[in-house]
Ligand binder design. Structure first.
Ligand SMILES: [Zn+2]
Length: 312
């Protein structure tokens, strides 16, 4: 049988999902982005139909949450409530009858960066997605580790903030977009002076991380403090990763890397204070090069690897 040239990669997020037709070397031939909405299963199936090709090796699906790749199920997803009840794999299989693989979204993003992005030159690296929550994926000896790698849920405090995952003191409660916004709103409710009071048509409940970064660049004290504090906590997480794994690189992706000059710089500074000097000096902390496309590329690459029996 002829080897199929393409696979379909899907990245399913809470707000939008992306579907792409991807070649064996990780190049996107065509992609579609649509809102997730109420009827997400139907929308995803229809979008696959729009991109279908006669030479498809299979379909790869990246989803935020704890995934059982072997059984093709989502165990739990703190940031995509209700997704556990949906049998995506079954639904896709019934309609298209091709191999399908499901994996954590940050894990497939790491594989995408390894295949066609900023991770190409590294055999051992950790990828972090910095958005509403914080996700992680680990490439070890050139392969994606088939492990949860829930880096955003490492505890960095013994008690404190309750996390949607049920634990207390998780990294993402201090360093994610959700954490920044919660803290900003609470400070503004306490009448803290800030340029942010004037933004978002006067509704402090609509503030985004972009608003906070913009105000910080305009010299707003509260916004700078929010970004620096979140960065400092991210630096605690980075130091833990560096000390435990000692990777060649940490690749950062997600909406928050737009605030690199304050948030990430602060994180790097904090990590340099905490990690073993020798380990810190041998790690490169760099932005992803595929950005939002890493997940769809990686999900498709995982299909090729599963078919060839080379996935970890
Ligand atoms: Zn958690």
């Amino acid at each position: 049988m002829k080897t199929a040239r393409y696979a379909i990669g899907i990245d399913l997020g809470g707000t939008n999902f992306r579907v792409a037709l991807v070649s064996r070397d990780g190049v996107i031939v065509r992609k579609i982005k649509r809102p997730s909405g109420e009827q997400v299963v139907g929308s995803v199936l229809d979008t696959i139909e729009d991109l279908k090709h006669s030479e498809i090796a299979g379909i790869g699906l990246g989803v935020a949450g704890l995934i059982d790749r072997g059984r093709g199920r989502v165990f739990t997803s703190p940031n995509l409530r209700g997704i556990e009840a949906i049998d995506f794999v079954g639904e896709i299989k019934t309609r298209f009858n091709v191999p399908i693989v499901i994996e954590n979204d940050a894990n497939v993003a790491a594989l995408g960066e390894k295949t066609a992005g900023a991770g190409q030159g590294f055999e051992n690296f950790v990828l972090l997605t910095l958005g509403t929550g914080i996700g992680g994926g680990i490439i070890h000896k050139g392969k994606l580790l088939n492990m949860p790698s829930e880096i955003g849920h490492m505890s960095i405090s013994a008690d404190a903030e309750k996390c949607p995952c049920g634990n207390n003191g998780c990294l993402e409660n201090y360093a994610s977009a959700r954490a920044m916004i919660t803290r900003t709103v609470s400070m503004l409710e306490k009448e803290t002076e800030s340029l942010l009071k004037e933004c978002c048509k006067g509704s402090i409940y609509k503030i985004t991380p972009e608003d906070i970064y913009k105000a910080a660049l305009e010299g707003d004290t509260l916004s700078r403090e929010i970004l620096r504090d979140a960065g400092r906590y991210l630096g605690v997480g980075l130091a833990n990763i560096i000390n435990i794994i000692g990777p060649e690189a940490i690749i950062l992706t997600g909406g928050l890397i737009g605030a690199w000059n304050i948030y990430i710089q602060e994180a790097i500074k904090e990590a340099s204070r905490r990690a073993f000097k020798e380990l810190f000096e041998s790690v490169k902390i760099i932005p992803s090069s595929l950005g939002d496309d890493a997940g769809i590329v990686g999900a498709a690459c995982l299909v090729f690897m599963e078919a060839a029996g080379t996935a970890a």
